[in-house]
Design a protein around this ligand. Structure first.
Ligand SMILES: [Cu+2]
Length: 357
């Protein structure tokens, strides 16, 4: 049952990416990381869900439980359900991708997000640290699910962490004084489940409205000759649905389509044809240290904004972040399929009919 559920919400096949991370390990980025097995006898292991999935394409972008208590010496294990890192920050969120021109020469995945600064299972004694992005793929090449654990070796207090890929995805570990009674691992798991259910519940009404308004009618151009496709969800709290709304858009020749990721969304997407599955990252080996995780064809824009396309023309918006848009004008009648390179199942079509005059 769980296996089936997992397969229905796979994200990308991070084959190349995982390879690059593995190379990073081989180059010794993580060679000198602390590996102490510090878990005491009598200590407990608490599980945190990093991202929570429901039925269908809805996903809760939360750490669940968001906040819970441990004792010094306990282990926290994050179940990575999707594409997330776990970072105890010095300040706040850092960008997940760096674009050429913004302090870097090559557009790339931010190495400070991608590569770990601590090894899974090590003792965490405080300060900034990062799990890195998922590299392990238990269960098969499309399974990005894995775990990351830390033995909590911290003074009593509250310790915040976050995921850099999904802004707003944050969690707290509260270290209780020794001898103070705290809820056990089973209670913490139940709390996680109820938080995921509540989050998906809050998002579901808005998502349902999105689905009905876009799938229930035909999406066409407005008076200015522009049709709008909402790319992913917005205003759904921490619930995300990786779909295009609408799925099908019908316009006339020489009309345009604009795809927009709502400001309030937490997921990046692309608008692409044909798909470049597994080609989001093209690692460039460096003389020292980990490879540079440069954008592959999947993440790289290959057509100017507002370009005019005809049948057979390929197009890729490149990676788009929340609040960003991408526009194409369709000069020739025909059907134009498109996908998001990042989220399998996120697909749509623009049907272009001959102009009426
Ligand atoms: Cu997507």
């Amino acid at each position: 049952m769980r296996r089936i559920k997992e397969f229905t919400q796979q994200h990308i096949a991070y084959v190349l990416f995982a390879g690059a991370l593995a190379v990073g390990f081989a180059f010794g980025v993580v060679g000198n990381l602390p590996t102490t097995d510090a878990q005491d006898e009598g200590s407990q292991t608490f599980v945190v869900e990093a991202g929570g999935a429901g039925l269908g394409p809805a996903e809760a972008l939360i750490f669940a439980p968001a906040s819970f208590q441990v004792h010094r010496g306990d282990t926290v294990t994050w179940k990575i359900n999707g594409f997330h890192n776990i970072r105890f920050p010095e300040e706040g969120l850092i960008p997940f991708v760096l674009f050429a021109g913004d302090d870097v020469e090559v557009s790339q995945i931010n190495p400070d997000v991608a590569f770990p600064t601590i090894e899974g299972g090590a003792a965490y004694t405080g300060g900034p640290t990062n799990s890195g992005l998922p590299a392990s793929m238990p269960g098969g090449p499309t399974d990005t699910y894995g775990t990351f654990s830390l033995v909590i070796d911290l003074e009593p207090g509250s310790y915040n962490y976050l995921c850099d890929v999904h802004p707003g995805m944050v969690g707290v570990i509260n270290v209780a004084e020794d001898g103070v009674e705290i809820p056990g691992p089973t209670d913490v798991m139940l709390q996680a489940k109820s938080e995921i259910d509540a989050t998906l519940g809050m998002g579901s009404e808005v998502v349902q409205a999105d689905i009905e308004s876009s799938f229930g009618g035909v999406n066409t151009a407005d008076d200015s000759g522009m049709a709008h496709v909402q790319t992913g969800t917005g205003d759904t709290g921490r619930t995300t649905v990786n779909r295009f709304f609408a799925f099908t858009t019908v316009i006339e020749e020489r009309q345009s389509v604009t795809w927009t990721i709502p400001e309030g969304s937490a997921d990046p997407h692309t608008v692409t044809w044909p798909p470049y599955r597994g080609q989001d990252v093209a690692p460039i080996p460096q003389d020292e240290g980990p490879p540079l995780l440069s954008f592959g064809p999947g993440f790289t824009a290959d057509i100017p904004e507002n370009a005019s396309v005809t049948q057979g023309v390929t197009f890729n918006s490149g990676i788009m972040l929340p609040g960003q848009s991408f526009t194409l004008t369709f000069a020739e009648a025909g059907a134009y399929p498109f996908v998001c390179n990042i989220h399998p199942g996120m697909e749509g079509t623009v049907v272009v009919v001959p102009a009426s005059e």
